[in-house]
Design a binder for this molecule. Structure first.
Ligand code: NAD
Ligand code: TYD
Length: 350
């Protein structure tokens, strides 16, 4: 019997992982632990939240007694840990929030797992979800492999790197069985509209400026979120213990090229004149410490575990745009109120 704790399941990627596990594995109990910060939204899960093998627990990673009680009450056998502060721009404004959730929160979770599973680690797995941003920035050439040295440049990536190190240290020191995966930028449904793709889709819908940082020539490697979820499924079940896997789809785009494609597709979908949305592109002040290029070499995951992405970028982007156009209520709910205040303070000087 598996009772799997998925943390951050009300967020963007976590909600796709929860949905996949709840529907694909009816014999597993899935316990979604989430503090419901600005990024957590139970609406993301309303299609599956009545499933008999699904439970939600509103608990903060900093609440040690709350975490312990969840482990006890649900007899947690495995952890897939996604809960995190995840936005680089917010980490530049408030680094300590990232230290608390991403570092202290992860160590709290490791401590509980160590205590509860201590008698026999062999039946348990602590799977930590991380990012390619821990590797730092690439120049024009090369890819991040699993052996690329960590060189985080933002408070976000530094906090994720620290959490990865703690997971590795707990495996080495206490013999908890762990796996870490480091994925490239995700996109898709339920993505909070503070990140590039959903923010720009929302702004195009409302004919608002599209703030491109710096020269727009920064490169990101984009993976459809449902493909990240299937990779997590494969790694959780078949990954080598105490190993790490890079996840990505060999899909690099310069920001400005991606934004132009988005504008073109949105003009077509919205029946606007060709070129209309591109006029919204506005170059703004650069992000401090902006990493020039990320690109993942996912060969190991493909060779060892046979995983490959299921959609092309064109298909994934089209599905994503369609989803946002069909879910305008979701979009307006998450962009109202407090988020608006955040948005104006974040962009007032850019
Ligand atoms: P997200 O910001 O959409 O969701 C994070 C979730 O964690 C939210 O539901 C939030 O309520 C919850 N959370 C935050 N602080 C918490 C706390 N203290 N206690 C309990 N819950 C808390 O993030 P995401 O984009 O879905 O990312 C999920 C994970 O994947 C993160 O660990 C992130 O570092 C990693 N990752 C993200 C990407 C990406 O492109 N988004 C790429 C690679 C790796
Ligand atoms: P983002 O979605 O924040 O992801 P990350 O910083 O984790 O890669 O940003 C993706 C890229 O888009 C990054 O190079 C920063 C850039 N960007 C903009 O140019 N304008 C924006 O308004 C945002 C949010 C990001």
């Amino acid at each position: 019997m598996k009772n799997i704790l998925i943390t951050g399941g009300a967020g963007f990627i976590g909600s796709h992982v929860v949905r996949l596990f709840v529907t694909k594995y009816p014999s597993y109990n899935i316990i979604n632990l989430d503090a419901l910060t600005y990024a957590g939204n139970l609406e993301n899960l309303k299609d599956i939240d009545q499933s008999p093998n699904y439970t939600f627990e509103k608990v903060n990673l900093l609440d040690v007694a709350g975490l312990s009680s969840v482990f006890e009450r649900h007899n947690i056998t495995d952890v897939i840990h996604l809960a995190a502060e995840s936005h680089v721009d917010r980490s530049i404004e408030s680094p300590l929030d990232f230290v608390h959730t991403n570092i202290v929160g992860t160590v709290n979770l490791l401590n509980i797992a160590k205590t509860k599973w201590g008698a026999d680690f062999s039946k348990h797995l602590f799977y930590h979800i991380s990012t390619d941003e821990v590797y730092g920035a690439l120049g024009a050439e090369g890819l991040f492999t699993e052996t690329t040295p960590y060189h985080p440049n933002s408070p976000y990536s530094a906090s994720k790197a620290a959490s990865d190190h703690f997971v590795r240290a707990y495996a080495e020191t206490y013999h908890i069985r762990t796996i870490i995966s480091n994925c490239s930028n995700n996109y898709g449904p339920f993505h909070f509209p503070e990140k590039l793709i959903p923010l720009f889709i929302n702004n195009i819908i409302h004919k608002k400026p599209l703030p491109v940082y710096g020269d727009g020539l920064y490169t990101r490697d984009w993976l459809f979120v449902k493909d990240h979820a299937t990779a997590i499924d494969v790694i959780f079940h078949n990954g080598k213990i105490d190993d790490t896997y890079n996840i990505g789809g060999f899909n690099e785009w310069k920001n400005i090229d991606l934004v132009k494609i988005l504008c073109k597709l949105m003009d077509e979908k919205l029946g606007r004149q060709a070129g209309e949305s591109e006029e919204l592109i506005t170059y703004v002040k650069d992000r401090p410490g902006h990493d020039r290029r990320y690109a993942i070499d996912a060969t190991k995951l493909n060779k060892e575990l046979g995983w490959a992405p299921s959609v092309t970028f064109e298909q994934g982007l089209a599905q994503t745009i369609d989803w946002y156009l069909e879910n305008t209520t979701w979009l307006s709910n998450v962009t109202s109120g407090a988020y608006q205040n955040y948005y104006s303070s974040m962009y007032s000087n850019r």
